[in-house]
Write a protein that binds this ligand. Structure first.
Ligand code: T3D
Length: 263
């Protein structure tokens, strides 16, 4: 049996590859659990200083595997969805949004429903020129999950997010770039190399500071300025204790490039 998810660690970058290419990486329970647990593993492992999430084959991820859902009976259907949201989709989104390490979605092909939401909950999105997003939820009579109703308005604004969620259509990569749903669009041929270089640059950065930036931005998205200033203060004091800060100031004054070790 092939592994539903591949986990590779190299140069401080953990690459998580959704590995059901014959099903366009549709999320069955096995894959949802594997992704949830792998994200936690990446969070916990001090060797991991940046994370890449991508899909094997021609798709990034087409969301929930609809072949896994019984369309005939309402109550068991709702039970199954309730369980997968609480036990898998919510922890996946929450971990992507709050782990104190940068996450890059390498969007190598179609990303739909929860698959698109996984990309939106990442810190960066690098798309192949032939990749696309489809906010497929309402197309099958569901509402947004995996935090898409929180992340998408922050990427594209409330009005556009409402349109994309209520009238789902395919958003090609170039349009996604214009809308703010992608940081870079690159030729498919270059996608792996560009993403590797991008993620490696993050992994060679001041990991504690990058985690703090992520934490205060996430906090600031739903708190007032005074509370955010208090958290920034706390996190700045924490950064001030790191070797990375001390060494970088010495390097700056010596007109040298700093080397960050993530501690
Ligand atoms: O249930 C819960 O726990 C609730 C949580 C929900 C979270 C969600 O993610 S809801 C949204 C689920 N996803 C979708 O509704 C997406 C449906 N797929 C599409 O809209 C299109 O397939 C794509 C735009 C993603 C890609 O289009 P394209 O033209 O590249 O491929 P295709 O020809 O449509 O699909 C190829 C095959 O994949 C096809 O099967 P076949 O005909 O070759 O046997 C298609 O049925 C299958 N496929 C695509 N998406 C899914 C899927 N099979 C199962 N589940 C899918 N999500």
């Amino acid at each position: 049996m092939p592994q539903p998810l591949l986990f590779e660690l190299s140069d401080g970058v953990a690459t998580l590859t959704l590995n059901r290419p014959e099903r366009l990486n549709a999320l069955n329970r096995e894959l949802r659990v594997a992704l949830r647990d792998a994200l936690q593993q990446a969070w916990d492992d001090p060797e991991v200083r940046a994370v890449v999430v991508t899909g094997a084959g021609r798709a990034f991820c087409v969301g929930q595997d609809l072949r896994d859902r019984d369309p005939d009976t309402a109550a068991p259907r709702a039970d199954a969805i309730s369980r997968s949201v609480v036990e898998e989709y919510n922890p996946i989104a929450s971990t992507l949004l709050t782990m104190p390490k940068p996450v890059v979605a390498m969007v190598n092909g179609p990303a739909a429903g929860a698959g698109a939401a996984i990309a939106f909950a990442s810190d960066f999105r690098i798309m192949a020129d032939d990749a696309s997003y489809t906010m497929a939820f309402s197309g099958i009579g569901l509402t947004a999950d995996t935090a898409a109703s929180w992340t998408l308005p922050r990427l594209v604004g409330h009005a556009k997010a409402t349109e994309l969620l209520m009238l789902p259509s395919s958003v090609p990569a170039e349009r996604a770039l214009e809308l703010g749903m992608a940081n870079r669009v690159v030729l498919k041929h270059d996608l792996a190399r560009v993403t590797r270089e991008f993620a490696r640059e993050l992994a060679e950065g001041p990991t504690v500071a990058l985690g703090a930036i992520k934490q205060s931005m996430h906090f600031g998205a739903s708190h007032g300025v005074d509370e955010t200033l208090a958290l920034e203060h706390e996190l700045q004091v924490r950064c001030a204790t790191t070797q990375d800060y001390g060494n970088a100031v010495v390097a700056f004054l010596a007109k040298e490039q700093p080397v960050f070790r993530g501690v």
